[in-house]
Ligand binder design. Structure first.
Ligand SMILES: C[S@@+](CC[C@H](N)C(=O)[O-])C[C@H]1O[C@@H](n2cnc3c(N)ncnc32)[C@H](O)[C@@H]1O
Length: 202
């Protein structure tokens, strides 16, 4: 199973897939008109009252989201994590992250640091156990901190994702976007696969 749309396989397969893709990831995503980072920041601008001090970017990839984020919030100190070593090398190369961790977002990062925002952009698809992820995010956040993420609408329906969100009494639901194109110029995704961007507050 190696389809970005249908699924890549187990965690090791995903890691290998992104390791191999790391050098050309940015140009491919640009060609496919991936807009989630910019759309996410437009939502944050509407809800954040002040510049956040600390952000943790889970499944940070090469840093496409953080590069955009820091244009709006240049003083925020950003850490990132990902499972792919080669992807993390690319992220290191942009010199925007304070710390980078090679870690699945379903495992605890070994850090005492707390954050005002946790982001998970373009990667919820890979989550196998949402309760573990939400527990960890809740733990990384300060009180009143934000969790912003994208989720594919087809997967949302399959998982009954509304029920997962409702089960989390530690988070207040602030916003979910209308369905947005995800990778409109990728032939498997086209206008067929859409995402929502979701903002929660602890
Ligand atoms: C589509 S990319 C998104 C990257 C980045 N957030 C962006 O917006 O460009 C998905 C990323 O999720 C990472 N990933 C997949 N499963 C993961 C997991 N369980 N834990 C951490 N990262 C994961 C991949 O290595 C890849 O870098």
């Amino acid at each position: 199973m190696t389809s970005l749309r249908k699924g890549i396989g187990n965690t090791k397969d995903i890691e290998d897939y992104y390791d191999k893709w790391s050098k050309t990831y940015n140009e491919t995503l640009y060609k496919w008109e991936y807009k989630a980072p910019t759309q996410t920041i437009n939502i944050l601008k509407r809800f954040l009252k002040r510049e956040p001090k600390y952000l943790l970017d889970l499944a940070c990839g090469t840093g496409l989201f953080i590069e955009k984020f820091l244009k709006t919030y240049p003083k925020t100190i950003c850490d990132g994590s990902d499972i792919s070593k080669s992807i993390l090398n690319e992220a290191k190369g942009i010199r925007k992250y304070r710390n980078l961790y090679k870690k699945s977002f379903e495992k605890k990062i070994n850090t005492p640091n707390k954050y005002n925002i946790v982001s998970l952009i373009g990667a919820m698809t890979y989550c196998k156990n949402h309760q573990i992820l939400f527990d960890l995010v809740s733990n990384y956040l300060y009180e009143n901190g934000y969790f912003i993420f994208t989720q594919r609408i087809d997967i949302w329906k399959d998982l009954e994702f509304d029920n997962i969100l409702k089960s989390r009494s530690d988070f207040k639901f602030l916003y979910k976007s209308r369905p947005l194109n995800y990778l409109p110029k990728n032939k498997d995704f086209g206008k067929d696969i859409k995402i929502r961007i979701v903002l929660l507050k602890k």
